[in-house]
Design a protein around this ligand. Structure first.
Ligand SMILES: Cc1cc2nc3c(=O)[nH]c(=O)nc-3n(C[C@H](O)[C@H](O)[C@H](O)COP(=O)(O)OP(=O)(O)OC[C@H]3O[C@@H](n4cnc5c(N)ncnc54)[C@H](O)[C@@H]3O)c2cc1C
Ligand code: SF4
Ligand code: SF4
Ligand code: SF4
Length: 606
């Protein structure tokens, strides 16, 4: 165990009497000497596995973000009132921070230390991203070019989040990029899938619009496969990235699943977003529990349906959408039918209802959710005059299959395949995922393309370690409750389809929420040579995560102990530590040092 790794046992709390004894034992001359000593820390970049492991365990929000957003750093910038800086920190790896501030699936919040059972709720990381975007003063700034022109060009097929993220990084790496997009507008599902009441289109256009003047060529209205083939693109460019998403909806594979009145959720949302909403029924049943299903169930209420039901095989707890979306869906009047599986569409000429079977929760599946198990003989008919099936999407591989005889097999991690120069990114390669996952994947694929074109790995992932001052956070900030996102009143939402539901944090609320972040990228470490094991730090620590460790034998790291008289070292369990800084402030020899750590992709050789 390294001194900063998780301890095998809970550390002891120093009692007041022991504290007094230890405090009295402090050698004043030694303390004075320690205070005079110059700070020896320096900035460094590390690719040592221990440093990556430290970030994985200690900065869980950055580690969980598929584009490795430097979360504590951007939240710290908001706390300091610098929303422009916060926006640019986001923008370094994410070309659409404002968009993600509205619709991100927030893997970071699920990992946030503040959400641990005894620490309250996660920081509203995603809403703070929106604060930075909403209140920044300056115009968007495109990240700097990392390398000069390579002389190579890359064709990116698909202008959704994945295609655009790949295009952005490839351009920064010095390659000429042309994006081929079938639809009239860029954005993919941001433009044609997600409804406008969750994501204003001006924001999408503003954030991706700068692609047009950043040297990237955009060709909209070009359907690759019809207007130009993949081999033709490969002849035109040195590499081609397919980022065409999952454009085909899985139908309802049940009897009468194609009766009139049954719609595909994906097609329904695309028609709604294209300004051609289909006529909706009075009593609408939507089957499915993902983003698309929720958007359909909420949209039909805005389009005139009297009743909207969302039917899921398991329970709300097992759905992938955020709790907030579920709550707002319910507030708008959508009713959930949990633990049901559709067996058949009822009706002869058109939909009259759905035959469902009831489920119970069975064993835990591979993603940790309980699996549904059908209850025999539990079928019942649920009346409906419109059914929307939002039960999944898959990639249309025909554009590559038609060209090469069989669909190339893409490596899911780096998007490579057996055809030289051909790559795949985002949902097209991984299957239906989320915006931020598609972008994270595309950035990885862009690096694989760069390596293919240049024969070198030109971006290096490092842990940047910088000296830092003590935390500026007073302890009281640890007790600020999480702020709720203000929402538009339900009647106003239902009255106007485009009325945006989440109205955004006012700036002061955002600033207050930013104060909640512990700044876990701070690394507290004890300079053992100067530690006198006085126990003052342990006495003030609110998390019982600093304390004595006894020698465990030659070559072995020290282990936590109850006894200060056995202390061979004083260690910090940094995974429990909330970076309050109390230990540092009471330490009489100032032997606790603070550094800031973060993961970054830097040009190799830098
Ligand atoms: C209704 C709905 C709601 C969603 N809500 C959320 C949400 O709230 N949060 C979240 O994180 N994720 C959400 N998702 C998922 C998210 O939108 C996708 O994971 C993400 O857009 C995938 O990005 P992509 O670039 O891989 O694919 P896409 O966004 O699908 O983009 C693919 C692009 O390729 C173009 N294209 C396709 N074929 C061709 C061709 N032959 N030639 C040229 N261009 C072509 C398409 O027109 C499109 O622009 C939602 C999805 C849907 C459908
Ligand atoms: S408290 Fe802040 S730094 Fe720590 S995990 Fe949460 S958002 Fe990240
Ligand atoms: S992009 Fe999403 S996952 Fe990454 S930090 Fe922002 S909200 Fe979290
Ligand atoms: S920073 Fe706070 S929580 Fe962390 S070891 Fe020091 S006193 Fe304990």
């Amino acid at each position: 165990m390294s001194p900063t790794a998780a301890p095998p046992v809970e550390p002891p709390k120093a009692g007041p009497s022991r504290l007094r004894r230890r405090a009295a034992a402090v050698d004043e001359a030694r303390e004075a000497e320690a205070l005079r000593r110059p700070v020896r820390r320096r900035t460094r970049r590390s690719d040592h596995p221990d440093d990556f492991e430290f970030v994985r365990l200690n900065v869980p929000c950055q580690w969980a973000c598929p584009v490795l957003t430097d979360v504590p750093d951007y939240i710290f910038a908001i706390a300091g009132g610098d929303r422009d800086k916060s926006y640019l920190i986001n923008r370094a790896t994410n070309l659409i921070p404002g968009v993600l501030g509205h619709v991100c699936s927030r893997p970071c919040e699920a990992a946030c230390r503040h959400g641990e059972p005894d620490l309250g709720e996660p920081v509203a990381i995603c809403h703070l991203k929106r604060v930075a975007a909403d209140f920044r003063n300056q115009d968007h700034q495109w990240p700097d070019r990392l390398f000069p022109d390579s002389g190579c060009t890359v064709g990116v097929v698909g202008g959704g989040p994945a295609g655009l993220a790949a295009a952005q990084l490839l351009a920064a790496l010095g390659h000429g990029v042309t994006v081929y997009e079938a639809m009239p507008r860029l954005g993919g599902m941001l433009m044609y899938g997600i409804p406008v009441f969750r994501l204003p289109r001006e924001l999408v256009e503003a954030e991706i619009g700068r692609l047009l003047d950043s040297g990237i060529i955009v060709k909209t209205g070009v359907h690759v496969g019809h207007d130009i083939t993949v081999p033709e693109l490969l002849a035109r460019h040195q590499a081609v990235v397919l980022a065409t998403g999952t454009s085909l909806a899985r139908g309802l594979a049940i009897p009468s699943g194609d009766l009139p009145g049954v719609h595909s959720g994906l097609d329904f949302m695309m028609n709604v977003n294209d300004g051609r909403p289909p006529a909706v029924g009075r009593r609408v049943v939507t089957i499915g529990g993902g983003f698309t299903a929720h958007d359909c169930a909420r949209s039909v209420l805005r389009l005139g349906a009297a009743e909207s039901y969302l039917c899921v095989r398991t329970t709300e707890e097992d759905l992938w959408v955020t709790r907030e979306e579920i709550l707002e869906t319910k507030r708008e009047g959508v009713r959930y039918l949990n633990l049901v599986s559709s067996m058949q569409i009822a009706g002869s000429d058109r939909v009259e209802g759905v035959v469902f079977a009831r489920n119970r929760l069975g064993p835990v599946g591979k993603y940790g959710q309980r699996m549904p198990v059908a209850i025999e003989g539990s079928e019942f008919v649920f009346a409906a005059d419109m059914v929307i099936a939002a039960t999944g999407q898959y990639a249309d591989t025909t554009l590559a299959a038609a060209a090469f005889g069989a669909a190339p097999r893409f490596d899911p991690r780096h998007g490579t395949c057996e055809v030289p120069g051909l790559f795949a990114a985002g949902d097209f390669c991984t299957g239906a995922a989320t915006v931020i996952e598609a972008m994270g994947h595309a950035r990885r694929v862009a690096q694989a393309v760069d390596e293919y074109l240049t024969g070198a790995r030109r971006l290096r992932r490092v842990v940047r370690v910088r000296p830092s001052a003590d935390t500026p956070r007073p302890r009281a900030w640890d007790f600020i409750p999480r702020a709720d996102m203000p929402m538009l009143a339900v009647p106003q939402r239902l009255a106007a389809f485009g009325a945006v539901v989440k109205t955004g944090f006012p700036a002061p609320v955002g600033e207050r929420e930013s104060h909640r972040c512990y700044l876990c990228h701070m690394k507290y470490e004890i300079r053992l040579a100067d530690c006198i094991a006085c126990g003052l730090c342990a006495a003030v620590c609110p998390r019982d995560c600093i304390g004595p460790a006894a020698a465990a034998g030659p070559g072995m790291p020290p282990v936590w102990t109850e006894r200060w008289d056995e202390a061979a070292a004083v260690v910090i369990d940094s995974v429990r530590c909330i970076r309050c800084g109390l230990c540092l402030r009471v330490c009489p020899t100032r032997c606790i040092e603070v550094e800031r750590v973060e993961i970054a992709d830097v040009a190799a050789g830098e």
